[in-house]
Every structure is written in structure tokens, then in C-alpha cells.
Design a binder for this molecule. Structure first.
Ligand SMILES: Cc1cc2nc3c(=O)[nH]c(=O)nc-3n(C[C@H](O)[C@H](O)[C@H](O)COP(=O)(O)OP(=O)(O)OC[C@H]3O[C@@H](n4cnc5c(N)ncnc54)[C@H](O)[C@@H]3O)c2cc1C
Length: 453
């Protein structure tokens, strides 16, 4: 353990994926880590009201699983033990973006981990409860971050389960509250500027349920992702196998096109997707849960790295910093990778004289780099609809053509297919998709579509 922080306490606001991952990172370096969560934290796997999205389909991408494995030793083995499904992102995936070439089913050895979000949280909580220096305090709502005489963050004020107000001092506060209200309030209360925000509307509504399939009727894929061609088609569908022989189903509409919650209408909505795979599958299965809706209004990115005089002793992460349209399932992966950044910076501080003050700006900067990939990928999809509100990059048309070119190449070249998926799973950096030789091949393909190899 880092001697510099061994006598000190870190506080984490929120026990979502970002908060749990951050707690694991901090536990390697701080004498005590306290996670304050406003919800109850059950021993079993149940959705929580504080994070309403926990009722809806969540997949864990390869980059996220690797990050969590770095923070939670034995993580992959634990996932297998609880019945998570491991799906090859090529061979087990039915992936269709209408208007783009269909990708063949081929083994890529890049895996999506498919388990319900409450089960994933339960796995992480169980591991954290085994760490002596970590406390998970449920029914504890943070009501403010406390400043010291130099206006740095020095702890939190919270309402305990008994309804009492209390304070906890700490050297570091991590805001993993999803909405980031504690950080914004603290910046205002201490007379600092709040961060600039970039927003792109999504106006997406999920209709989520759970299916089972009788023996012999299971789909021949483990995950299906079907998305309409913008701007004519706004509908999408996802069907994903997870633990207990169950499948999470989502039908999604945009711009007021709301998926129905009645059986026949739901199936008709599935039939209206640009391709038939999900509709056919659902008609062979049995619905096991009510159809529930979730509205996702907009992707939002707060540029904390640019806030002059950002307070020492406070770091926001996860959705508190950037929330992207969940269509590619990248949010938990981003949060887990941010916790790994934190862990590595703290580990580096052990060997030199870096202080928490100097780690903060580096952390915020590295997060800013990390979220660029999910941000540009998901907002590109949203901005293709003319009604979408948000700033369109000047080269949007070229970007979108290039993307289609990469998909065309991926259809015929397994290496490009793998690279494309590795970038989406946040395993490899996006600039590799713009390497000069690849750019040349994509351009040649777009100019002479027949020469596709
Ligand atoms: C419909 C939907 C589907 C999604 N699907 C996927 C997917 O397939 N894959 C994926 O990777 N991501 C997905 N995401 C994104 C993912 O849910 C988020 O990116 C991820 O949960 C971010 O984690 P977080 O810890 O930052 O925030 P959250 O998970 O929202 O956790 C925040 C926590 O803080 C607590 N909290 C808030 N305020 C306080 C307070 N004052 N005091 C104490 N506790 C507080 C909340 O109760 C909550 O538990 C999806 C999102 C949505 C909306």
C-alpha cells in the first residue's frame, strides 16, 4: 500500500459501477475507503431506484471487463461462476446497421460479458465487502461536499439511514453520483466556474423486457443489435442472452416514437425493425417480465479538465463527467477504465513525489481523452437525424462515409473487422482506424466499390 495515503481516508459518492470500481482502485492506496450510497445495497441482485437504468439491458464490453479484472482479481472467473454469458463479438453476434454492409459471423476472440446489471453490481459489492479497508454504507445520501479553509474538498456531509446529518472528512472525494450534482454544487459554493457542457440530443425511448426460449427455439446468436438507417429509420432492437437462461430484449424508438408495452403491439414494433432477426426470435420465445420504458434524452459531456482552479481533493468520474447514448453499451466500460486511470496514477505517486494536487489535473485530462471515442461514435449516430440538437462537426459527412467504408472493408477483411470491434469495446485506440494504409484502402473502396479486397 502507498505509505503516503495509508493513514488517510477516501470517500466515494455513489455505489454504481463507477463508484464500486473507484473504491477498488482506492483500496489499494488509502487506509480507509468509504462508499456512501443513497439506495439500499442488497446482498442479492436487484435493480435500484437510485440508478433507474439498472432495470434495463446492460452489456459489459471487453475493455470494461479487462479494467474491472485489473481492480478485482479473479473477476472473469467470478463472472463465469455467476452464470454470465461470454459472447464472441463476431461469431455470436448478429450485428446489423441498416444501409451498411452486414458483417459476417466470424470468431474475433473479443468478448462481450452478458449479465444483468444488478448481478454485476452484486458481484463487485461482494468482492469489496471482503476488503478490510472498504466500507459500503447504504441509505447514506450525500448532501454536500465540505470545503476546508483553503477551499479544497475536505470531506462530505451526508444524511444517514436514521435521517441524521453527519460529516466525514477525507483526503479525496470521488463523485461517482451519476448526475454529478455534488461536484457542481461544490464548484458554485466555493465561487468557482462550472464546466462547459457539450450536449447532443438522443430522444431515445427503451421498451425493455425479458424473454425465455423453449428448448430448441433459442436464437442462433447470443446477441443481436439491429439499428435503422438514419434519417429515415429511427428504430433499433437488441436481444442479449444473459444468466439464468434468460434474454434481455429492448426495442427502442426515437423522437417520440415510443415502444408499446402491450404484447402484440410490442411484437409488431419488433417486426417493423429494418431486419427481421429480432422479430422472428421474439415470436418463438415467452415474455417473462413486464415491458418497462426508459427515456434517454441526451448525451452530455462536462469538461471539468478546463475548469480553472478545479478544487484539489475532488475528482468526478463516470456519468458525472460524461454520459453517452447507451446504444453501444460503453458507459460502464468508460467508468471502469477511469477507475483504472486513477489506480495507475496513485500507484505512480507511490514511487515519486506526486501529490493528490498534481494527480487531479492529469486524471481529468486523461478522462477527457478516454471519452472522446464513445462520444464521437454515439453522437455521430444521433446527429445523422436532422431533428437532433447539437453541434455537427464540419466534416460530419466525410466521417460518416469513412465509417461506412470501414464497415465495408470489415465485411471482407477479418483483421479490419476485429480492429473495428476492438475500438468499439475500448480495447484499442481509435486512431488505429485512421492509420495511413487503412485510410488508403477505405478511400479506394469508396471510389471503386467493386475493388473490395
Ligand atoms: C437505458 C440504459 C442502458 C444502458 N446500457 C448500458 C450497457 O449496455 N453497457 C454499459 O456499459 N453502459 C450502459 N449504460 C450506461 C451505464 O448505465 C452508465 O454509464 C453507468 O452506470 C455509469 O456509472 P456511474 O457509476 O457513473 O453512475 P450510476 O450507475 O448512475 O451510479 C450512480 C450512483 O450514485 C448514487 N447517488 C447519486 N447521488 C447520490 C448522493 N447524493 N449520495 C449518495 N449516492 C448517490 C445513485 O443512487 C447511484 O447508485 C446504459 C445506460 C442507460 C440509461
Amino acid at each position: 500500500m502507498n505509505k503516503r495515503f495509508a493513514e488517510q481516508r477516501a470517500v466515494v459518492i455513489g455505489a454504481g459501477i463507477g463508484g464500486l470500481a473507484a473504491a477498488a482502485a482506492l483500496a489499494n492506496h488509502f487506509g480507509q475507503v468509504v462508499v456512501l450510497e443513497r439506495d439500499e445495497l442488497p446482498a442479492d441482485a436487484r435493480p435500484r431506484p437510485g440508478a433507474a437504468q439498472t432495470r434495463h439491458l446492460h452489456v459489459l464490453l471487453s475493455g470494461g471487463a479487462a479494467a474491472l479484472a485489473e481492480l478485482f482479481p479473479g473477476f472473469h472467473t467470478q463472472l463465469v461462476a455467476v452464470g454470465a454469458q461470454r459472447a464472441d463479438a463476431g461469431a455470436d453476434a448478429h450485428f446489423e446497421l441498416a444501409g451498411a454492409p452486414k458483417l459476417p459471423r466470424r470468431e474475433l476472440n473479443i468478448y462481450t460479458w452478458q449479465l444483468s446489471r444488478p448481478l454485476l453490481e452484486a458481484v463487485l459489492r461482494e468482492q469489496l465487502r471482503k476488503r478490510e479497508n472498504v466500507q459500503l454504507r447504504e441509505l447514506s445520501r450525500v448532501i454536500g461536499i465540505v470545503a476546508d479553509e483553503s477551499n479544497r474538498a475536505a470531506g462530505v456531509r451526508f444524511e444517514s439511514r436514521e435521517g441524521k446529518h453527519d460529516e466525514l472528512n477525507s483526503t479525496l472525494v470521488i463523485d461517482a453520483s451519476g448526475r454529478g450534482v455534488p461536484t457542481l454544487d461544490f464548484l458554485k459554493a466555493t465561487g468557482r466556474p462550472t464546466p462547459a457542457e457539450t450536449a447532443v440530443s438522443a430522444d431515445l425511448t427503451y421498451g425493455t423486457t425479458v424473454y425465455s426460449f423453449p428448448a430448441g427455439a433459442e436464437p442462433d446468436f447470443k446477441q443481436a443489435w439491429v439499428h435503422g438507417k438514419a434519417p429515415e429509420q429511427g428504430r433499433a432492437g437488441f436481444l442479449v442472452k444473459r444468466e439464468n437462461g434468460l434474454w434481455d430484449a429492448v426495442l427502442a424508438g426515437r423522437l417520440g416514437d415510443v415502444p408499446p408495452t402491450e404484447d402484440n403491439a410490442y411484437l409488431a414494433f419488433a417486426d417493423s425493425l429494418p431486419t427481421e432477426a429480432i422479430g422472428i426470435a421474439l415470436r418463438r420465445g415467452r415474455r417473462e417480465a413486464p415491458i418497462v420504458r426508459f427515456g434517454y434524452a441526451q448525451s452530455r459531456w462536462r469538461h471539468f479538465a478546463d475548469v480553472a482552479g478545479f478544487p484539489a481533493g475532488l475528482l468526478p468520474l463516470g456519468d458525472a463527467v460524461c454520459s453517452t447514448n447507451p446504444v453501444f453499451g460503453q458507459g460502464m466500460t468508460v467508468a471502469a477504465k477511469e477507475a483504472v486511470i486513477l489506480h495507475r496514477l496513485l500507484a505512480k505517486a507511490e514511487g515519486n513525489s506526486d501529490s493528490l494536487e498534481s494527480i487531479g489535473p492529469v486524471f481529468l485530462k486523461q478522462m477527457e481523452e478516454l471519452v472522446k471515442v464513445p462520444w464521437s461514435g454515439t453522437t455521430a449516430l444521433d446527429l445523422a437525424y436532422p431533428q437532433t440538437k447539437g453541434e455537427r462537426p464540419a466534416d460530419m459527412q466525410q466521417r460518416s462515409e469513412y465509417q461506412v467504408g470501414v464497415m465495408k472493408l470489415a465485411a471482407v477483411d477479418p483483421d479490419v473487422h476485429r480492429l473495428m470491434v476492438e475500438v468499439r469495446h475500448l480495447v484499442k485506440p481509435a486512431h488505429l482506424l485512421h492509420a495511413p494504409d487503412l485510410q488508403q484502402r477505405v478511400r479506394a473502396l469508396l471510389q471503386h466499390p467493386a475493388a473490395s479486397s
